[in-house]
Design a protein around this ligand. Structure first.
Ligand SMILES: NC(=O)c1ccc[n+]([C@@H]2O[C@H](COP(=O)([O-])OP(=O)(O)OC[C@H]3O[C@@H](n4cnc5c(N)ncnc54)[C@H](O)[C@@H]3O)[C@@H](O)[C@H]2O)c1
Length: 530
């Protein structure tokens, strides 16, 4: 499974500074820089001017499309200066749209003419650049406009000023409108570099809480105390909270300081809970470094720790003052953590995020954050609406309670443990099978669930060794279950909580789900055939 593309694509007319500014942006983000003109020249061994005058524009454009495809295949995400005319080809435009964040460097014709000089080597501007430049600008303006996620006006700016603006606009922004405590989530490459600017002015000291394995450097811009917490669900505990609080007390941290959580859901849950209760409440900034954290755990203000009796049993609602979701911090994530994040992400495809699996990474994270923000703003404390975020989770929680949770000892030869998002992936497919059995959705909608979950490299099946009767009992104990078995299910009016589901329907859907094991199955015509 490969993470979705997430390039920074700089487009615009010749002379707008795409290459110079692009190289500065790449250096700042620690990314590879690619210039599609240079790619064409490297692969053909000839200059762009030579190719254009000898082959003519159509044949040159074909070479250019090949070079663009090759450039976008570069891994990890690159900063790509896209040749000015590449946007003329609709196939190139759709490729660019799917490949990352497109920034248009926009300039007036006078600026371009000024910068290209006599334009002797610019074949497309001959014989009269003063006529050609405004004509090309007019021809291409609409295409750039339609394509770009963001625009930077470059007239009068130096390359480093252009680069600074590109870095600012490639970070997308979502407001979480919780009444009285609203805050912004910044999503995109390099978002963590905004940390100093979101630290509350009154803070004298930042307490950076992280784990050894995270390895994401941050600079709060003020005096900083570092606290390292352990990895995994066992360390998401009251003992860890006590240890962190005592460390803060020893170092003299006060209510006016700020906690900065740098990590995945374990770190943001623990650090968030510390922030909620140390000195009766400190400001909190989340720098989320896992996909699951970025689309879910770091947003919405739920914090807490586990007890030996169960997960997340002690906690508080405590909203952060800002959240930074740096998609570049995800490059070091192990494969399994990507998969777990995708499982949590997949639910949003059924909560209003269209074409989720076709979006480049930062756009996908942004849309999921926006979907969660809309629910949280409406229902901070988990009344009716917030329960929708539990789509796919009833089975997932039952699996976790049945000993399949990560951190449990796997039973040798019987079952493997699942990361939370892996369990949610299976839970989404189960919810779809149950919804179909209840006549709420059709085969095509079930297929969409299966295909989406598979597209993220997740198993759709119930794990081997599962005791289905035990799962039914555990699902009956779900927090939502106020009226018999309650599930969050898809239906004609979208996803909603459905109380009073017949046990027989649940048992039959579990049996159908179990038959998907090994995934040599296709889901057709209301039943599962192998
Ligand atoms: N508060 C909420 O609303 C909410 C929502 C969903 C989940 N959660 C909680 O989140 C937790 C799961 O979070 P998670 O999936 O992020 O797992 P995690 O926090 O355990 O992180 C997974 C692993 O990745 C490592 N890691 C983190 N960032 C990394 C990086 N950039 N590069 C390499 N390794 C990195 C961590 O050290 C850890 O080993 C669970 O405890 C769950 O209960 C909370």
């Amino acid at each position: 499974m490969r993470p979705p593309a997430d390039h920074v694509l700089v487009v615009g007319m010749m002379g707008t500074g795409k290459s110079t500014a692009g190289q500065i942006v790449a250096a700042r983000l620690g990314r590879l820089f690619v210039d599609t003109d240079a790619e064409v020249e490297r692969s053909t061994g000839r200059s762009v001017a030579d190719l254009l005058s000898s082959l003519g524009e159509p044949a040159f454009r074909a070479e250019e499309s090949v070079a663009l495809g090759r450039a976008l295949d570069a891994r990890p995400g690159a900063v790509v200066a896209v040749a000015g005319g590449a946007v003329l080809d609709p196939a190139n435009r759709s490729l660019l749209r799917q490949s990352g964040t497109v920034v248009w460097l926009r300039a007036r014709s006078e600026t371009i003419l000024d910068r290209v000089g006599d334009a002797a080597d610019r074949v497309l501007l001959q014989p009269d650049p003063a006529e050609a430049v405004p004509r090309l600008v007019a021809e291409r303006r609409r295409l750039y406009e339609e394509l770009a996620d963001a625009v930077v006006d470059v007239d009068g700016l130096s390359p480093s000023e252009v680069a600074a603006r590109v870095l600012a606009v490639v970070v997308r922004r979502v407001r979480v409108g919780v009444p009285g405590r609203s805050y912004e989530v910044a999503v995109g490459p390099g978002a963590r570099h905004e940390l100093a600017s979101v630290i509350p002015g009154r803070a004298r000291r930042a307490v950076v809480v992280t784990q050894d394995g995270v390895g994401v450097d941050v600079d709060p811009g003020i005096d900083t105390v570092h606290v390292v917490v352990g990895d995994g669900e066992r360390d998401k505990s009251l003992a860890t909270v006590e240890r962190v609080c005592r460390e803060l007390a020893r170092t003299g941290v006060t209510r006016h300081d700020v906690v900065v959580a740098v990590g995945g859901g374990v770190v943001t849950d623990v650090a968030g809970f510390v922030a909620s209760c140390y000195h009766r409440g400190l400001d909190l900034v989340n720098v989320s470094t896992t996909l699951l954290g970025q689309v879910d755990a770091a947003i919405g203000g739920k914090t807490g720790v586990n007890l030996p009796e169960g997960k997340n049993l002690v906690g508080a609602f405590w909203q952060p003052v800002a959240v930074l979701c740096d998609t570049d911090a995800l490059v070091t994530l192990p494969e399994r953590e990507w998969r777990s994040g995708f499982g949590e992400m997949a639910k949003y495809a059924f909560l209003g995020v269209e074409d989720l699996d076709r979006l480049p990474l930062s756009a996908a994270v942004e849309r999921c954050v926006a979907a969660k923000a809309a629910v949280v703003a409406d229902d901070e404390r988990e009344g009716a609406r917030r329960v929708l975020l539990n789509y796919g989770h009833t089975l997932a929680h039952a699996l976790e309670a049945a000993g399949f949770a990560d951190g449990d000892e796997p039973t040798p030869g019987v079952h493997a443990t699942m990361r939370h998002g892996e369990a949610v992936g299976a839970g989404l497919v189960f919810a779809a099978l149950l919804a179909r059995r209840l006549g709420r959705i059709d085969d095509a909608r079930v297929r969409r669930h299966v295909e989406l979950v598979e597209s993220y490299g997740l198993s759709t099946a119930l794990p081997a060794g599962v005791d289905r009767d035990e799962l039914v009992v555990l699902m009956g104990r779900d927090k939502k279950a106020t009226d018999g078995l309650t599930f969050v299910l898809d239906g004609p009016d979208g996803v909603e909580a459905v109380p009073g589901v017949e046990r027989a329907a649940v048992v039959a859907s579990l049996a159908e789900h179990a038959a998907l094991a090994g995934r040599a199955a296709t889901v057709v015509d209301g039943e599962t055939r192998r």
